[in-house]
Ligand binder design. Structure first.
Ligand SMILES: Nc1nc2c(ncn2[C@@H]2O[C@H](COP(=O)(O)OP(=O)(O)O)[C@@H](O)[C@H]2O)c(=O)[nH]1
Ligand SMILES: [Mg+2]
Ligand SMILES: [Zn+2]
Length: 353
C-alpha cells in the first residue's frame, strides 16, 4: 500500500473520532488507522505514515477490544506503540466456526457493506439475510451485489428475488471483471468512505475489488499461483485504497457466518415478522402451537411465507443462543479478572511483609 494520501480525512477520519480526543495525552498522540491484521502484528497508517505495531487490546483479553482492521488507534508519538483504541462507528463480528465458537471481529468503521453473491447456485436467500442482519445491526448501508450476470440467462430473476428481502434494498447485478458494468457501484467509493466486501469464496470479491481499484493487485482464484494452502486466495483482511480516495476491505470467504448480538438487526430485517410477534396472545409465544399466535395465523392465511417464518425462527434461536454464550463468557472473564487482581493484591501484601 502506498500513502499518497495526505490528510486524516482521506483515511476516513471525521468528527466522530475527533471528538473522542478529550485529554492532552490524546491530543498529542498520533491517530492511525489499522490497514491490515496479521497473526502477530498490525499494519497501521496515516498521512505520510506507515508502521507495523504489536496487536492491541483495549482491555486485557477482551476480544471486543482487540484492534481490528478499520479501527482507529492512538499511538504514543515517541514509542509509536498503540495506547488507545477509539470508539467505533460500526463493527462487524461473528462467532467463529468450529468448536471454539470464539467471538471474532471482522471489521470496524465500515460505511457500506457489499454483500456479494453470484447468478448461480451460490445464490441463497438465507445467507443474504444473515449478512443483511449484520449490516442493519451495525447501521451500515447494505448493497446486494450479484456477480456473473454474464453467465446467467436472466440475471433479473436473481435481483428480483434479492430485492424482496427488504423494502428499498439496493441490488445490482454485474460482471465483476468489467469496469463498465461495475460503474453502478462507483458512487460508493467516495473520499473517506470505507466499503467492506463479504460473501462466499469464489463469488468474485477480489475480482470486484480489482475492478474498483483499477489495479490488478489482489490475487483472484482464476490466477492464483500457490494453491497448496487451501481454498482461499485471500488470506487476510486488508484495506485497499480506491482511486477516488475511499477504502475497500476484502474479507476471506466465510464458510459460516454465526451471528451474535444482532437482536436489533433481526428485528429490522424481519420487521414484518417482529410486528406480528407483538400481536401474539402470549408474550412468551414460541410461534409453534400456541393459541392466539399471530405469526401462525399469518402463515395460515398466506400473508407470511412459511419459509420466511422458518428462517426468522432459525436466526432468532441462533442469536439467543450465541448472545447468551457471550453474556456468560463476559461474566466468567470478569470473575477471572477479579480473581487475578485479588491474587496480585495478596501477593503485594505478602511481598511487603
Ligand atoms: N464470468 C465471470 N466470472 C467472474 C465474475 N466475477 C468473478 N469471476 C471469476 O470467478 C472466479 C473467482 O473470483 P474471485 O474474485 O477470486 O472470488 P473471491 O473468492 O470471492 O475473491 C475467478 O475466476 C473470476 O475471474 C463475473 O462477474 N463474471
Ligand atoms: Mg478473494
Ligand atoms: Zn406467536
Amino acid at each position: 500500500m502506498t500513502t499518497e494520501t495526505s490528510t486524516l480525512a482521506d483515511f476516513g477520519w471525521n468528527a466522530f473520532f475527533y471528538t473522542q480526543l478529550n485529554t492532552d495525552d490524546h491530543m498529542a498522540a498520533l491517530p492511525v488507522r489499522v490497514m491490515s491484521v496479521h497473526r502477530n502484528s498490525l499494519n497501521v497508517a496515516g498521512p505520510d505514515f506507515e508502521q507495523v505495531i504489536a496487536p492491541f487490546f483495549a482491555q486485557d483479553g477482551d476480544e471486543e477490544g482487540r484492534a481490528t482492521v478499520g479501527d482507529w488507534l492512538l499511538l504514543d508519538p515517541e514509542t509509536l506503540q498503540a495506547v488507545h483504541l477509539l470508539e467505533r462507528k460500526s463493527v462487524f463480528k461473528r462467532r467463529a466456526a468450529g468448536t471454539s465458537h470464539k467471538l471474532q471481529l471482522i471489521a470496524a468503521n465500515i460505511d457500506t457493506l457489499f454483500i456479494v453473491t453470484s447468478c448461480n447456485k451460490d445464490f441463497n436467500i438465507a445467507r443474504l439475510e444473515r449478512y443483511l442482519v449484520l449490516a442493519r445491526e451495525a447501521e451500515v448501508t447494505p448493497i446486494i451485489v450479484i456477480t456473473k450476470a454474464d453467465q446467467a440467462e436472466v440475471p433479473q430473476d436473481f435481483s428480483r428475488e434479492a430485492a424482496k428481502l427488504m423494502p428499498g434494498l439496493l441490488v445490482e447485478t454485474i460482471d465483476a471483471r468489467d469496469p463498465k458494468s461495475v460503474a453502478c457501484l462507483f458512487p460508493w467509493r467516495a473520499p473517506g468512505q470505507t466499503i467492506a466486501v463479504v460473501g462466499s469464496s469464489g463469488v468474485g470479491k477480489s475480482t470486484l475489488i480489482n475492478t474498483l481499484t483499477g489495479a490488478g493487485k489482489i490475487a483472484t482464484q482464476g490466477v492464483r499461483e500457490d494453491d497448496a494452502k487451501g481454498r482461499h486466495t485471500t488470506t487476510g483482511r486488508a484495506l485497499h485504497r480506491l482511486p477516488e480516495g475511499g477504502w475497500v476491505l476484502d474479507t476471506p470467504g466465510m464458510r459460516e457466518l454465526q451471528l451474535t448480538d444482532v437482536k436489533a438487526g433481526i428485528d429490522d430485517v424481519f420487521a414484518d415478522v417482529a410486528a406480528l410477534a407483538r400481536n401474539c396472545r402470549f408474550s412468551d409465544c414460541q410461534h409453534e402451537v400456541e393459541p392466539g399466535c399471530a405469526i401462525l395465523a399469518a402463515v395460515n392465511d398466506g400473508t407470511l411465507e412459511p419459509d420466511r417464518h422458518k428462517r426468522w425462527q432459525k436466526l432468532a434461536a441462533e442469536e439467543a443462543h450465541n448472545s447468551a454464550n457471550t453474556a456468560q463468557r463476559r461474566a466468567r472473564d470478569r470473575a477471572f479478572g477479579k480473581m487475578i487482581k485479588g491474587a496480585l493484591q495478596d501477593k503485594k501484601k505478602y511481598d511487603r511483609k
